[in-house]
Ligand binder design. Structure first.
Ligand code: FAD
Ligand code: SIN
Length: 535
């Protein structure tokens, strides 16, 4: 059948901040295979704008960063995990600086230089270190440059992981994860990747929504694969909508960083009036759930397609210095942000829930880790505080690497992962159904599982997703798999999990707002889903 079997100590699925940080922290004695389904840089990390939240300013402290994170998380953060993460923030930034990440600096009054810290929603003061408005690109390029000198790491671009392989799926005793199948997009063949440790670093699932700030890679593949393999997932109802994405027919998913508001930008109605003071005393710098809901409310009330964000009062020199990329992208689209407001709308941005993990990134299955946006660590609670995500990626990547090193695993000598059998299926002549179902799924998630929910809308979504999942299963049994089909299958799986979590939550909290239960309940509870194969 001419299939490849690749073998390494560690298989990392994803080459964003989480995957690359893990690979760089692992001892060189470990052989590492790193898969990414597109070009290595294509993922949310590369597009991150605002920066990384960390305790750096003289006036800042671990307790203040922890308190802000807990407050924004609306009661559901795990305080132990928040403290664990924030305590490591300074060290992680020092590590990035040592690697050569060029964060912005400012000149102090006495002539010395210090890092320029910006402010974002929910932070009680300036805490976000950044490289202008393209922090993710600077971090991603630096990490990938260092990976090039690691002979123990082999990168596999354009490989889409299909499913995990566990011992019990081979009829052996134990639930250990021992590898994965992945589709090589060049040969269109499925290959086997055997490994002692498998790390899911495949990012979030915001592509499940019609309008998103995320790149195409964010289709929740890792979350769906872990669920199918038998891991618990949690808090998937908390999908964060970023308040300010550019509203323009030619701007696919272009984010306007929250740091604009941190530096003084105002949100305006079409008639030029500010409105955030009606919703929260922190105005434009209230946590994202509050700002996104306020914009949604105003847009629905006025029947307008967008509201506006204005930073023109800060002057051209300031805007071009701090936001060079946003300035040039908007100018390309005919908007000069130094002289006029930009039209913005909220869009799906971040998956707060994911695969249940512990401090070391360990999932429920021995040998299987999940880190970064695909995981549910307990850091974000019901709403992630801005710029805490890159921090989480790097902190948990480091602790997972340490855990792998300190916990040797031996795989049984004689196991054999069966080759992928596609002899019983044919090439699809119905790919149109994949794109049709894809559009339908993303539109229904936007309409029924969006910023404002009701039980009726969620039930409607659930029924439609079930029908789509049946069609997807039929397709899977009869046709050869393609990258688009695999993404659709994973998006439908994650959409179903999101709706199930949302239906469990009979209250409004953080990012989950439902007209049927507008108040917060007294009970503090995560929404944990357990697969039937769990026990
Ligand atoms: P990603 O960086 O998304 O990487 C995922 C990787 O997994 C990719 O390599 C992809 O190819 C691979 N992959 C996925 N599925 C498969 C599969 N089936 N097989 C093989 N490979 C697969 N957070 C902050 O803290 N600060 C910010 O300023 C900030 N700004 C943001 C701006 C934008 C526009 C966006 C979209 C997000 C922003 N975020 C920010 C969030 C943050 O960037 C992400 O949460 C974080 O980068 C996720 O990193 P990750 O390593 O988990 O995943
Ligand atoms: C932004 O720059 O607004 C994104 C920050 C984040 O998502 O943390």
């Amino acid at each position: 059948m001419n299939q490849f079997v690749n073998e390494s100590d560690v298989l990392v699925i994803g080459s964003g901040a989480a995957g690359m940080t893990l690979a760089l922290h692992l001892n060189r004695k470990f052989s590492v295979s790193m898969l990414c389904k597109d070009k290595p840089m294509e993922g949310s990390t590369y597009y991150a704008q605002g920066g990384v939240a960390a305790v750096l300013g003289e006036y800042d402290s671990v307790s203040s960063h922890v308190a802000d994170t807990l407050d924004v998380g609306a009661g559901l953060c795990n305080p132990e995990i928040v403290a664990f993460t924030v305590k490591q923030s300074t060290k992680i930034i020092n590590w990035l600086v040592e690697l050569g990440v060029n964060f912005d600096k400012k000149v102090e009054r006495d002539g010395s230089t210090a890092f320029h810290l910006t402010k974002e929603g929910g932070h009680s003061h300036r805490r976000v270190i950044h490289a202008a408005d393209a922090t993710g690109k600077e971090i991603a390029l630096t990490l990938s440059e260092h990976l090039k000198s690691r002979n123990n790491v082999r990168l596999f671009p354009k490989y889409v992981a299909v499913d995990l392989v566990t011992k019990d799926s081979l009829g052996l005793r134990g639930k250990d994860c021992i590898g994965a199948y992945a589709l090589n997009l060049k040969t269109k063949k499925v290959e086997i990747f055997k490994a002692k440790y498998v790390v899911i670093a495949s990012g979030g699932a915001s592509k499940v929504y019609q309008y998103t700030s995320n790149p195409d890679t964010a289709s929740g593949d890792g979350i769906a694969m872990c669920w199918r393999a038998g891991c618990r997932v949690g808090n998937l109802e908390f999908n964060q909508f970023h308040p300010t994405c550019l509203f323009h027919p030619n701007a696919k998913s272009f984010l306007i960083s929250e740091s604009l508001r941190g530096e003084g930008a105002h949100l305006l109605l079409p008639n030029g009036e500010r409105f955030m003071h009606k919703y929260d005393e922190r105005k434009e710098l209230a946590p994202r759930d509050i700002v996104a809901r306020a914009i949604d409310h105003e847009m629905k009330k006025l029947g307008c397609n967008s509201v506006f964000l204005d930073i023109s009062h800060k002057g051209e020199k300031f805007v071009r210095k701090h936001f060079p990329n946003i300035f040039s992208r908007c100018l390309e689209l005919g908007i000069n942000i130094t002289t006029e407001p930009m039209p913005i709308v909220p869009a799906a941005h971040y998956t707060c829930g994911g695969v249940v993990i512990d401090k070391n990134g360990k999932t429920d299955l021995p040998g299987l880790y999940a880190i970064g946006e695909s995981s549910f660590s307990g850091l974000h609670g019901a709403n992630r505080m801005a710029s805490n995500s890159l921090l989480e990626c790097m902190v948990f990547a480091k602790s997972a690497a340490e855990h792998i090193e300190n916990n040797p695993r031996v795989l049984p000598e004689k196991y054999r992962i069966p080759l992928w059998d596609d002899t019983q299926v044919v090439s699809s002549d119905e790919e149109i159904t994949v794109s049709h179902n894809w559009r339908e799924l993303r539109a229904l998630m936007w309409d029924y599982v969006g910023i404002v929910r009701t039980d009726k809308r969620l039930q409607r979504a659930r029924r439609r997703i079930k029908v789509l999942q049946q069609e997807i299963e039929d397709h899977y049994s009869n046709y050869r798999i393609s990258s688009d089909f695999l993404e659709l299958r994973n998006l439908a799986c994650v959409a179903d999990l999101m709706v199930r979590c949302a239906l469990q939550r009979q209250e409004s909290r953080g990012l989950h707002f439902t007209l049927d239960y507008p108040n917060q309940s007294e009970e503090l509870r995560n929404s944990i889903l357990t697969p039937s194969s769990f026990n």
